[in-house]
Design a protein around this ligand. Structure first.
Ligand code: NAP
Length: 482
């Protein structure tokens, strides 16, 4: 299978004539070939998007909203196929893709269709304080926007940007990770079948330093929404900032799960397992540092490790599988490097961390048993650097003050979850955590209206609801003398 670029509603081969293999990380088999595009293909996408932006920017809001809903319907109609494609490309259990990734992709489109119809973000009018003039402020599309996304939640995160960008009347030049291009390609087809005008959705496959960099550098692309690692985000910011582009950066993480002595332990154990290992620990919101109050530490860790060791690792297509393959063999090498480092740093691996014994063809896949590591100093590299895999470090704390010091002690600040039945403590700790998002007695319970994003090296700006609508538009104020 050869995947092509989408230039508006037509498909195009890369001008370089070069192709790359796309692998199934569960078997290491080649499942597709994708274009190794370059700056010429990005230029072709911008040429297409320029015309798309002109048409789409002046399309009535209701027509745009209806089109977004048809795209959502198209995604829903292909739920099973898209889930299979996402699982094969990414390594995640197909059950997870069917339950979370794909339904969330259509929900993203529907949510921003409704947000657009509400018009609360569209315009506002008021008579000036002096009473002699009328001011009105309207929202204008930016024009052509660049969307760059990672491999962990491919369609989920792409549509989280495509939805509001289209709702606000922009044309898109998108680049998915070259490791997970398949559902982005399917989205291009669904957009076309849903009646999105030519030129509005453009997708260029290829490598980050070649295609991603060309998108960020292109002078006609006025806004960049990027989700990925902190090091790449720094590079994107360094390129885009001097060009005065609008920038939204959703970056790396090392989130803490804080469990206090008064927590409901059954719920906390179950929640911490989910937070640690959903999607093989490859979600930016995963809780990879588990901080447990000393009085319950031993009991909690014992129960936690039992649950983690029982997670079923294997064929992502099997409905019983809870942990699929990591996204690539190279990524597994990186995670295994951290497991070796953990031992050097004094850590004790309480469970997992080994390659499971799986039958062919999965013996060639990027599988790893979920690992829990204890006895590490909280400031060591394993406990502070992003691993982004099925690895959780556990640490005891004595009191609230120490828990906060430990939780806040990294360069990252994306999210945290707090487990306690003390209402005042829940508020106090949430307030003091240096992160963009806190869950109390739950994890990853999402409401698309609320701000999503991090502080410190986890990013700049917010996505979600009004924040996304604002990012993908420019306010214009008109003052009329009465
Ligand atoms: P990555 O290596 O930073 O890549 C992200 C995207 O940027 C990919 O499409 C990549 O293309 C592209 N890219 C690479 N170099 C570029 C450049 N110079 N200019 C423009 N684009 C470039 O991240 P990843 O390994 O795919 O994803 C994992 C990271 O994403 C983790 O750090 C995770 O925490 C983070 N993440 C954050 C959030 C959040 O909301 N905060 C959500 C999900 C993931 P290639 O794939 O071709 O290199």
């Amino acid at each position: 299978m050869r995947v092509l670029n989408w230039l508006g509603n037509t498909q195009a081969e890369p001008t370089s004539g070069l192709w790359m293999d796309d692998l199934n990380p569960a078997t290491s088999q080649v499942i597709a070939q994708i274009p190794r595009s370059d700056a010429n293909d990005v230029q072709a996408a911008v040429d297409s998007a320029r015309e798309g932006a002109r048409i789409w920017g002046s399309t009535p809001a209701q027509v745009r909203a209806d089109t977004l809903r048809r795209i959502a319907d198209g995604i829903d109609m292909e739920l099973n196929d898209l889930a299979r494609l996402e699982s094969t490309d990414q390594g995640k259990p197909v059950s997870l893709a069917r339950a979370i990734d794909i339904p969330r992709a259509s929900a993203n489109m529907r949510f921003f269709a409704s947000a657009l119809e509400q018009e609360v973000h569209q315009s506002s009018k008021h008579v000036s304080a002096r009473g002699a003039a009328l001011n009105y402020t309207s929202r204008k599309p930016i024009g052509v926007v660049g969307l760059i996304t990672p491999w962990n939640l491919p369609l989920y995160l792409l549509t989280w940007k495509v939805g509001p960008a289209l709702a606000m009347g922009n044309a898109i030049v998108a680049k998915p990770s070259e490791l997970t291009p398949l559902t982005a390609d399917a989205l291009g087809r669904i957009c076309k079948e849903s009646g999105l005008p030519a030129g509005v959705f453009n997708l260029v496959h290829g490598l980050g330093p070649e295609v991603g960099q060309a998108i960020v550098e292109h002078p006609e692309i006025k806004a960049i929404s990027f989700t990925g690692g902190t090091a790449t985000g720094r590079r994107v910011a360094a390129t885009a900032a001097p060009m005065f582009k609008k920038l939204n950066l959703e970056l790396g993480c090392k989130n803490a799960t804080l469990v206090f002595e008064d927590a409901d332990l059954d719920e906390a154990v179950a929640g911490a397992v989910m937070a640690g290992f959903s999607n093989q620990g490859e979600i930016c919101l995963c809780g990879s540092r588990l901080l447990v109050q000393a009085g319950i530490y031993e009991d909690f860790v014992q129960r936690y490790v039992e649950r983690v060791a029982a997670l079923r690792v294997g064929d992502p297509a099997s409905p019983d599988t809870q942990v699929g393959a990591l996204n690539s063999l190279a990524h597994r090498d990186k995670v295994e490097g951290y497991l070796r480092l953990a031992v050097e740093e004094g850590g004790q691996i309480l469970c997992g961390g080994k390659r499971p014994d799986l039958p062919a063809p999965f013996d060639r896949g990027a599988f790893l048993q979920p690992a829990v590591i204890a006895d590490l100093p909280i400031g060591c590299r394993t406990a502070t650097e992003e691993i982004f895999g099925p690895v959780v470090t556990v640490h005891p704390f004595s009191d609230e003050e120490q828990a906060l010091e430990m939780a806040n002690g990294t360069q990252y600040g994306l999210s945290a979850s707090v487990w306690t039945q003390d209402l005042k403590r829940a508020h106090r700790v949430s307030e003091a955590l240096d992160v963009g998002m806190v869950w109390v007695n739950t994890w990853l319970l999402r409401d698309l209206r609320v701000p999503f994003g991090g502080v410190k090296n986890s990013g700049v700006g917010r996505e979600g609801g009004a924040w996304s609508m604002r990012f993908y538009s420019e306010d214009k104020n008109v003052c009329v003398l009465l």
